[in-house]
Design a protein around this ligand. Structure first.
Ligand code: ZN
Length: 380
């Protein structure tokens, strides 16, 4: 994800922070620093937000560590102002795995809340004994007690919010996985999406009527998140054909190739006349590098047309066996962080395939499958 940078690596997972995250820190500082809070208040606000996001990170790590254990590699965790996202290369295959991965996040916050309940409980008991009411009056002052109390409430909120049974929240995934155990993924996904969007509409109406704009915004976020899930739900439906269709059916068989002695000017000509974005550089029949359109554009800023393609090509290449399925090929490219790969069959170079080629093939196959389903399946 662009506009984000790495701050740590825990259990082999990169933790990245999105730049907009600093807005939240600033917001914390303003909220606690204003109204006479001063510099101490502002610092308190920043520390509070940092601790809150530590809890969010631990939540995402909960998902990630369980996912890694179950063979679903997590590439990175990105911290955004709205919370965290654990970026997975693929979806868990078994419902029980999805259930365990989804529930692990909220469980982390339950544990944190339980740990915080000890000092917070003592604090509440003290104020009850003093006759000061259920909550200490000082709950808005920057103090350790306030810090603990806010973190306790925040973790409870994180659990409650994430367990709302609506995509893309954890609760939606938990609901889908439990349904999938009984009725399989395609129907479970459809039902879970319908339930989630109904809840989102309910929350939205309630938010608008009660003048709670934050709630209304969250409802919009859930509603459209569910829409995205419809897309990946479609991917679930189509997984079958992507597993059986081979990469050997999706690569460009008529791709233009470059030789070692070719110059950058030849690639520019190719790009202008062929719409082909990537080119392999061959030494005889053996691929020795890949030149992409971006490489060429970047190199023209520094080198001239007379430079050799061997100066701008990438020598590290991902190879895919032509018998790999579209799904495997896509996963491999994602894992390697590559956009384009060599298609090989028993050591012989066949052509290039890019993520866009694979996505295009998948889109076409999905469409064909849908059309066939509509023709053969009974209504409903
Ligand atoms: Zn979660």
């Amino acid at each position: 994800m662009t506009w984000s940078f790495r701050i740590a690596q825990i259990a082999g997972i990169n933790i990245r922070v999105h730049v907009t995250f600093f807005l939240i820190l600033a917001l914390g500082a303003i909220q606690w620093g204003g109204q006479g809070g001063g510099l101490d208040g502002a610092l308190f606000g920043v520390v509070l937000m940092l601790l809150l996001f530590t809890c969010v990170t631990l939540h995402e790590l909960g998902h990630s560590i369980v996912a890694n254990r179950l063979g679903v590699p997590v590439r990175e965790i990105v911290l955004l102002p709205l919370g965290g996202v654990a970026v997975m290369n693929k979806q868990p295959e078994k419902p029980i795995h999805e259930f365990l991965i989804s529930i692990a996040g909220p469980l982390v916050n339950v544990v944190i809340a339980l740990l915080l309940a000890i000092p917070v409980g003592a604090q509440v008991r003290m104020s009850l004994l003093d006759g000061r009411g259920l909550l200490p009056e000082t709950v808005n002052d920057p103090s350790l007690n306030t810090l603990l109390f806010w973190l306790f409430s925040a973790n409870i909120s994180l659990v409650v919010f994430n367990l709302i049974p609506a995509f893309p929240l954890d609760g939606g995934r938990i609901l889908r996985s439990l349904l999938a155990l009984a009725i399989g993924y395609p129907r479970a996904t459809r039902i879970a999406i319908a339930i989630g969007q109904t809840i989102a509409i309910g929350l939205g109406v309630f938010g608008v009527l009660s003048g709670n704009l934050v709630l209304a915004l969250i409802a919009v976020f859930i509603f459209f998140g569910a829409g995205q899930e419809v897309m990946s739900g479609r991917a679930q439906l189509s997984r079958g054909i992507f597993d059986t269709r081979k990469i050997g059916d999706a690569y460009n068989k008529h791709a233009l190739t470059l030789a070692m002695g070719d110059k950058v000017s030849a690639v520019v000509d190719f790009i202008l006349t062929s719409y082909q974005p990537d080119f392999v550089v061959l030494q005889g029949a053996k691929p020795i590098g890949i030149v992409t359109r971006d490489d060429v554009i970047r190199s023209l800023a520094k080198l001239d047309y007379d430079a050799f393609v061997t100066e701008v090509m990438k020598r590290e290449m991902v190879s895919l066996d032509a018998d790999k399925s579209l799904d495997e090929a896509r996963t491999l490219l994602h894992e390697q962080g590559a956009r384009v790969a060599l298609v090989m069959r028993s050591g012989e170079y066949l052509g290039l395939v890019s993520l866009e080629d694979i996505q295009e093939a998948m889109a076409v196959l999905t469409f064909v499958q849908y059309r066939d389903k509509r023709k053969t399946a009974p209504a409903g």
